[in-house]
Design a protein around this ligand. Structure first.
Ligand code: 2NF
Length: 310
C-alpha cells in the first residue's frame, strides 16, 4: 500500500487542547504567569540594590562627591592646561588614577600620610619664595585676595589643593568602589579619615616647602582668631622651616559688619608669636591690612569704614 493511502485510512487526529480550560481560565493563567515573573524580577532587583547599598559602612559625613573621578580629571586639566600652562606636562590621567588608589579598598578611618605620597609626587609644584599665603577662618577673603594678586598662592591655588578643594571622598575596606552614600565625619566618626589626613598631609608639605616671607590672613571677628587646633595652628605653623622662612606676617581682618573680637594685640595672637619665636621665626602683625580691606569695601562701598580707607 502506498503511504499516501495509509495516511488517508488512519488520519492523524486533530490537535486537541491539553485540558478543558475555558478561554477565561486560560487568560487567568497567562496573567498569573506575568505577575509571577514581574514579582521575581522585582525581588531580584531589590535584593541586588539592597546589597549594593549595604555593602558600605554608614558614616555621619557626606558621601563621596558625585562624579568625583570626572571632577578630579576636569580640574586637573583646567589647572594644567588653562590656569597654569607651565604645568602642562603633568599627567592628569595618572593623577586621577593615583588619587583614587590612595583611598579605594581601604578603611576610611585608617588613612595615613603615606597613602597620599604618590599623589604628592605626581603633583609636585614649586611656589615662588615670599608668595605663600596661609589662612584660617578666612577662606573666602583670602581667596578673593589671591584671585586679584595672582602671583600669590594659597594651598587651594596650587594644583593639588585646587583639584581637591570642597570635595569629599572615601572608599571601604570591603569594596573596590567609592562610597557615595556617606564618609566619616572628622568630629563624629574619626580624625584619621581620608579627607582630614589628605588636608593635613598637603598642608604640612605646603608649609615645609614655603620660603621667604610668608603671610597669613586671620579672622579678627572670629572667637578663635588663632586656633591651635586648626590646620594652620596645629600643622602649618609647626612645619615652616626657619632656615627658609625668616618671617611670618599676619593680617588680622575684621568683617565690616562683624565684631572686633581680636586684634594684633590680643593674647591669642601673642600665642602665635610665642610659638614662632621658639621656632626662630620672626612675627609681624597688621590689623585690617589695606589691600584686603579695599576688597571688603568693593563689596560694601557705603560702609562708614570704607569712606576713611586711606
Ligand atoms: O578644604 C580645604 N581647602 C582645607 C581644609 C583644611 C585645611 C584647607 N586647609 C589648609 C589651608 F591651606 C589653610 O592654610 O589649612 C589652612 C586652613 O585650615 P584651618 O583649619 O586653619 O582653617 P579653618 O577655617 O579652621 O578650617 C578650614 C576648613 O577646614 C575644615 C573646616 O571645617 C573648614 O571647612 N577643617 C578643619 N580641620 C579639619 C579636619 N581635621 C577640617 N576638615 C576636616 N578635618
Amino acid at each position: 500500500m502506498d503511504p499516501m493511502s495509509e495516511h488517508r485510512l488512519n488520519p492523524v487526529p486533530e490537535e486537541k487542547p491539553c485540558c478543558n480550560l475555558s478561554k477565561n481560565a486560560k487568560n487567568c493563567v497567562g496573567i498569573l504567569c506575568v505577575v509571577v515573573v514581574v514579582t521575581i524580577v522585582a525581588v531580584v532587583v531589590g535584593v541586588l540594590k539592597w546589597g549594593q547599598a549595604r555593602k558600605h559602612k554608614e558614616w555621619n559625613g557626606k558621601g563621596t562627591t558625585p562624579h568625583f573621578p570626572e571632577i578630579v580629571l576636569g580640574r586637573c586639566y583646567t589647572y594644567t592646561q588653562v590656569k597654569r600652562p607651565e604645568l602642562s606636562n603633568k599627567d592628569c590621567q595618572e593623577i586621577a588614577k593615583v588619587f583614587q588608589k590612595a583611598f579605594l579598598s581601604k578603611d576610611p578611618c585608617l588613612s595615613v600620610e603615606q597613602d597620599y605620597q604618590p599623589l604628592m609626587e605626581l603633583t609636585r609644584q614649586a611656589i615662588p619664595c615670599s608668595k605663600s599665603l596661609f589662612w584660617s577662618k578666612s577662606n573666602e577673603l583670602a581667596h578673593q585676595y589671591t584671585r586679584i594678586q595672582q602671583e600669590m598662592f594659597t594651598l587651594e591655588d596650587s594644583l593639588l589643593g585646587y583639584i581637591a578643594d570642597g570635595l569629599t571622598w572615601c572608599g571601604d575596606a570591603g569594596s573596590s568602589e567609592m562610597n557615595y552614600q556617606s564618609c566619616p565625619h572628622w568630629r563624629k566618626d574619626c580624625l584619621n579619615n581620608t579627607v582630614s589626613v589628605f588636608w593635613d598631609t598637603v598642608s604640612r608639605q605646603f608649609a615645609e616647602n614655603a620660603c621667604g616671607v610668608v603671610q597669613v590672613v586671620l579672622n579678627g571677628s572670629h572667637s578663635n582668631t588663632f586656633d591651635k587646633n586648626s590646620t594652620f595652628g596645629r600643622v602649618e605653623v609647626h612645619n615652616l622651616q626657619a632656615e627658609k622662612v625668616p618671617t611670618l606676617q599676619a593680617w588680622v581682618m575684621h568683617d565690616l559688619e562683624g565684631a572686633h573680637r581680636h586684634t594684633c594685640s590680643s593674647s591669642l595672637i601673642n600665642d602665635l608669636k610665642v610659638i614662632l619665636s621658639t621656632r626662630n621665626i620672626s612675627f609681624t602683625c597688621e590689623d585690617n591690612y589695606r589691600p584686603i580691606r579695599l576688597l571688603q569695601c568693593v563689596k560694601n562701598p557705603e560702609h562708614s569704614f570704607c569712606s576713611s580707607v586711606k
